[in-house]
Design a protein around this ligand. Structure first.
Ligand code: HEC
Ligand code: HEC
Length: 344
């Protein structure tokens, strides 16, 4: 326990005593900052919402039924829709021709199709990542960091992040190049709606997603200090991987304004994001875009940086940004970033 000594007005201190006292104040507040960091940092428990670690459910049986989605000419069975080495491409008109690593992966090396989790469009699901519109240099650096064991999840129970690291290790340089060029050549589109609220639907977790309960089990509960990000079309997202159905992130009231204040000035704990991420947080050179992206994804990254499990070649630039963030700060920042429209 540190006690900061602040000389009171009218205290009978000589000038030299006063400067000694000042030294003590400075030294002890430095110590205070240092030792209280551990307390001021976010902790895994309060970040639970962002990871949504889920029990394993048995997969729905494929009874041969052919499914369709609005505006798609494709008809696929469940097994076709979720095929790890060539999932359904519902809307080929929505994206460029996919390189084979994106469309089917490489089964012999255990690399699943990138399109399975990030979708052919790269808009992706929040338990994974959005990868569309990332500058290819940044994209490649991330895969290199994963290969080098420099990027991993602060939550060791997050199985899909571990899978992602393994894919990066097994990918060839050429496959990395092709995936980076492919996703980098397309634009990020509006995908997430951020809504401030006091209450949220009762949800359960499946596959790293929060899914609203239905029927008799449906209900509401206070949001607390959480962000609950849910698919707009739960069945379409979960079963069929509908790449046109986005997400809604329910955030605590006041989070967006608090996040904006911290993001724009850095407050007394952080650094203004626009300095590196660009005026509109649209990304700048190799520094990635933040606007309109999934709050859960962004929150995991901030926590991973803070906990030191994401320590890639460029990550040190984020050190001073995240060092003193609490779980609440992370909620506010990512609610604000998610609320910025993709187009500006
Ligand atoms: C099983 C699902 C899955 C598959 C398949 C998958 N990824 Fe990922 N990807 C993830 C997860 C999970 C993350 C990291 C999310 C986290 O840790 O919060 C990620 C992150 C990324 C990132 C970092 C994005 C950023 O903004 O920093 C890139 C780049 C990426 N993946 C590329 C690929 C490529 C290329 C492929 C195809 C070879 C691929 N992924 C296949 C799940 C997947
Ligand atoms: C001094 C420069 C700098 C500042 C200031 C900065 N960032 Fe970053 N940020 C980076 C760099 C560089 C990366 C890429 C790190 C890497 O490759 O590991 C990054 C990555 C990120 C990521 C991960 C994105 C992804 O796609 O995985 C998030 C989230 C992020 N920053 C949030 C913020 C927020 C929020 C702020 C302001 C409060 C901020 N940053 C301020 C340099 C900065």
């Amino acid at each position: 326990m540190q006690i900061i000594f602040v000389p009171e007005r009218g205290h009978a201190l000589t000038v030299s005593l006063f400067s000694k006292a000042l030294l003590v104040v400075v030294a002890s507040s430095l110590l205070f900052v240092f030792s209280s960091n551990l307390n001021a940092q976010a902790v895994l428990e309060e970040m639970d919402w962002a990871y949504a670690i889920s029990p394993i459910f048995p997969a729905e049986e494929d009874d041969g039924t052919l499914y369709s989605l609005p505006g798609s000419e494709g008809r696929f069975t469940l097994n076709e829709a979720r095929n790890r080495f060539g999932p359904a491409d519902w809307y080929p008109q929505d994206h460029l021709p996919m390189p084979s690593i994106v469309a089917i992966g490489r089964e012999a090396a255990g690399i699943m199709a990138c399109s399975l989790c990030h979708y052919p469009t790269g808009q992706g699901k929040p338990e994974n990542a959005s990868v569309v519109g990332l500058e290819p240099g940044y994209f490649k650096q991330q895969l290199q960091d994963m290969r080098d064991g420099l990027r991993g999840s602060a939550n060791t129970a997050k199985a899909n992040t571990a899978m992602m690291m393994a894919f990066a290790v097994n990918m060839t340089d050429e496959e990395i190049e092709q995936a980076a060029e492919y996703y980098g050549a397309m634009d990020w589109n509006q995908w997430i709606e951020v809504v401030e609220t006091d209450t949220v639907p009762l949800t359960f977790r499946r596959g790293g997603l929060h899914i609203p309960l239905e029927g008799d089990a449906a209900g509401e509960e206070p949001i607390g200090r959480r962000i609950i990000e849910m698919p707009v079309d739960p069945e379409g997202t979960e079963l069929l991987r509908n790449p046109r159905a986005g997400f809604r992130a329910l955030v605590p009231i006041g989070a967006v304004a608090a996040g904006e204040a911290m993001a724009t000035t850095g407050g007394d704990k952080s650094i203004a994001c626009a300095i590196c991420h660009g005026e509109q947080l649209q990304g700048l050179g190799q520094v990635p875009a933040l606007r309109g992206r999934s709050p859960s994804y962004l929150a995991r990254q901030l926590f991973d940086f803070q906990q030191g499990t994401r320590q890639g070649v460029w990550s040190p630039l984020m050190d001073a940004v995240v060092e003193n963030l609490t779980g609440d700060d992370i909620i506010n920042l990512t609610a604000y970033l998610g609320s910025l429209p993709a187009e500006f």
